[in-house]
Write a protein that binds this ligand. Structure first.
Ligand SMILES: NC(=O)c1ccc[n+]([C@@H]2O[C@H](COP(=O)([O-])OP(=O)(O)OC[C@H]3O[C@@H](n4cnc5c(N)ncnc54)[C@H](OP(=O)(O)O)[C@@H]3O)[C@@H](O)[C@H]2O)c1
Length: 275
């Protein structure tokens, strides 16, 4: 047992903290994965775009991960959302990871130029083909998420989106709850940019925790999933040691108050708009 709570969505049991792996490769990936498993992590997030699916599979096998005990997510890049491309991408990911079917396959970003219905049907087909146990999306705003959920022949388990105190996602989180879709926070530490914030520093100092631990606790107490990334084994371990303290409501609110209209760091041109 890991001590990290599970979030259940449409039959998927997802450990509430996972290891993000963007930019981790080779020996650094191996060190991070070994430290994560040792710290109780059972959830790993990758994508073909990160060009590290093979590295993650190798690291998990070297560290002796038991396949049935870990939750493995990969994605399909936005240029591969036509149905045949999506299936090819999923097949390639499963082969590259070398860990059998994945637990969750996400559409990495929407592509307004490709009809959503075809993409959703292909996602369901990938599940039916046994390439993935569950399916979901990433970077879908509320309106697009509702359309995707209505178009998908199987339930969407997750919407993975940027979330940290600088970015208010309350409306999107409410939409996910309404649809029974788990909200998963990427860049939960603001990609590292938030860690020196003075409000956060004061809370961390008072609680006797690191700023990263306070941020992850802020996510946990909202019932959302978070996937912090670290290349450093000590910091990886620290990020999973957040089960034994609680942020008072006033500190939760003080962190929420850091939100600004410019708080979104991931905003590529191809999305066109968030809905
Ligand atoms: N779906 C999407 O479009 C999407 C987009 C972005 C990210 N993601 C996923 O979300 C994951 C997390 O997001 P992210 O990688 O952007 O950023 P993040 O997890 O918010 O922050 C990572 C940064 O924080 C630092 N850090 C981590 N733990 C720390 C600690 N305990 N103390 C001090 N510094 C710490 C890391 O540096 P060190 O390595 O030096 O520790 C790194 O610079 C990604 O890896 C990826 O799996 C998905």
């Amino acid at each position: 047992m890991t001590g990290i709570p599970l979030i259940r969505a449409h039959g998927a049991d997802i450990p509430q903290i996972g290891l993000g792996t963007w930019q981790l490769q080779g020996a650094v990936m191996e060190g991070a994965v070994a430290a994560a498993l040792e710290a109780g992590c059972r959830h790993f997030d990758t994508a073909p775009r990160y060009e590290n699916e093979a590295d993650l599979g190798i690291a998990l096998r070297k560290a002796g991960a038991v396949r049935g005990e870990i939750f493995l997510t990969t994605k399909v890049w936005w240029t591969d959302l036509a149905p045949a491309d999506l299936i090819r991408s999923a097949e390639r990911s499963v082969e590259t990871l070398g860990m059998g079917p994945v637990d969750l396959l996400l559409v990495h970003w929407p592509n307004p130029a490709v009809p959503l219905e075809g993409t959703m049907e292909a996602l369901a087909k990938a599940q039916e083909m046994g390439l993935t146990r569950h399916v979901g999306v990433s970077n879908f705003g509320a309106e697009r998420l509702r359309k995707a959920a209505a178009a998908c022949p199987v339930p969407l388990a997750v919407n993975q989106c940027e979330y940290h105190p600088q970015l208010d996602q309350s409306a999107l989180i409410a939409a996910c709850r309404e649809l029974g879709i788990a909200f998963e926070a990427y860049a939960p530490l603001g990609s590292g940019n938030l860690l020196a914030d003075p409000v956060l520093a004061e809370i961390a100092e008072r609680m006797g925790r690191s700023p990263a631990q306070v941020l992850l606790r802020w996510h946990l107490q909202q019932g959302v999933i978070a996937i912090p990334r670290s290349s450093n084994p000590g910091r990886v371990a620290q990020n999973f040691a957040v089960g034994d303290f609680e942020l008072p409501e006033a500190d939760m609110a003080a962190l929420h108050a850091l939100a600004t209209p410019e708080g979104r760091h991931f905003n590529p041109d191809w999305v066109e708009n968030w809905d």
